[in-house]
Design a protein around this ligand. Structure first.
Ligand SMILES: Cc1ncc(COP(=O)(O)O)c(C=O)c1O
Length: 378
């Protein structure tokens, strides 16, 4: 079925086709070409990180993080149940067990007040997810991690260019991961990045990303041949994707401005209705500068949510829900370190609905969405 107003639509920022043509002219379409380097430099400068490495997805960046932390059997990793499967899968692939944390009812971020009770001597890492582009309470999370000598890996898939107390998300943990999947603010269809915030992790990250070889040392002239030196995989994207991504990154200010307008339109036009109907809208604490990644509604009941999705569908508007709580999934039950209590996650995930949100969404399209949301009666 095609929708008059889809949930997401790929949007151009300007120079994508021009830069892709340049890749062909350059004669370097595989990984780590000129556009990959330009993306790395731009992101490192913008975020203030010592190393950013493009990857084929955020999923792969998370897998790299699990390898770099030497996660394995006997280790536990704490992450929210309310997240995408990749946040957990990356660590399960190494044999680690998952400890599922619940989320706060306001921001839907990892509940830092309940976090310390989940830490054990086996805890290897804490993985906060900055849900909907709004930062977790990083002061509290980092303090707990530090007290227990545990690594922090930020899943920053939603929150590129967001800030917590003035500092970019993705720069608090020793490692962080980005997504450039087509639903994200800045995209190349499928893509991601590993943000390396500790210089001592950078050299090994390069090896893991290049199939476990020291190929990048070879290209820097530091060794006379390259060989297999560590575990790894093929985590680097083609320079064709990097070219597309670089055009989007160059357009980041324009993209963020458009998304801010879209987010504020939804808020301004739905706030009164939401208050009257007991609907929860996204909450942005004062210490957070959000990334304007998504706009969601937490509706009064599952029946209301399902009815509204069906109603919008009849009007040619696609709205979606997520996440099915990981701790109740087959794999979550199999890989949980112990029984998980996540009542807020279970409650919210049955009532949350995401509205159409893409860079070129027009005010007229939004007006239609708002009109249908507010007209719906169950
Ligand atoms: C929180 C979170 N982490 C990781 C991912 C995986 O991202 P990717 O599709 O780039 O692998 C997603 C996907 O949207 C996500 O929502």
């Amino acid at each position: 079925m095609t929708y008059a107003i889809p949930f997401n639509r790929p949007c151009l920022a300007g120079n994508e086709y021009k830069y892709i043509a340049e890749v062909i002219a350059n004669g370097h379409a595989s990984g780590d070409g000129p556009f990959t380097k330009r993306c790395h430099e731009l992101l490192e400068r913008e975020l203030g990180s010592c190393g950013v490495l493009l990857t084929t997805s955020c999923t792969h960046a998370l897998e790299m993080a699990a390898i770099l932390l030497d996660c394995g059997p006997g280790d536990e990793v704490i992450l929210p149940s309310f997240t995408f499967v990749s946040t957990a899968n990356a660590f399960v692939l190494r044999g680690a067990r998952i400890v599922f944390s619940d989320v706060r009812p306001d921001t839907l971020n990892m509940d830092e007040a309940r976090l310390e009770a989940l830490v054990t001597p086996h805890t290897k890492a804490i993985v906060p997810v900055h849900y909907a582009g709004v930062a977790c309470e990083m002061d509290a999370i980092c303090a707990i991690a530090q007290r227990h000598g545990v690594a922090v890996v930020e899943d920053n898939a939603h929150a590129l260019f967001a800030r917590y107390k003035g500092k970019h998300t993705g720069t608090f943990g020793c490692l962080a991961t980005q997504s450039f999947h087509e639903t994200k603010n800045v995209t190349c269809g499928e893509g991601g990045a590993l943000v390396v915030n500790r210089p001592e992790l950078l050299e090994r990250a390069l090896v893991v990303r290049e199939k476990g070889t020291n190929r990048s040392q070879f290209f820097r002239g530091q060794v006379d041949k390259y060989s297999w030196v560590d575990v790894g995989s093929s985590y680097l994207p083609s320079d064709l994707l990097a070219a597309f991504l670089f055009a989007q990154l160059e357009g980041r200010h324009q993209i963020q401005k458009k998304r801010q307008r879209i987010w504020e339109y939804y808020r301004d036009h739905l706030q009164g209705w939401a208050t009257a109907r007991g609907v929860h809208l996204p909450c942005v604490p004062p210490e957070c500068e959000q990334a304007f990644h998504m706009f969601y509604l937490v509706l009064p009941s599952l029946e209301y949510r399902q009815g509204l999705i069906a109603h919008l569908k009849t009007q040619g508007i696609l709205s979606v829900f997520h996440y099915v709580p990981l701790h109740t999934s087959d794999m979550g039950l199999r890989w949980a370190a112990r029984r998980s209590e996540c009542p807020v996650t279970e409650d919210v995930s049955s009532r949350l609905l995401r509205l159409p949100f893409y860079n070129d969404l027009t005010e007229a399209e939004q007006a239609r969405v708002v009109a249908e949301v507010t007209a719906f009666r169950r």
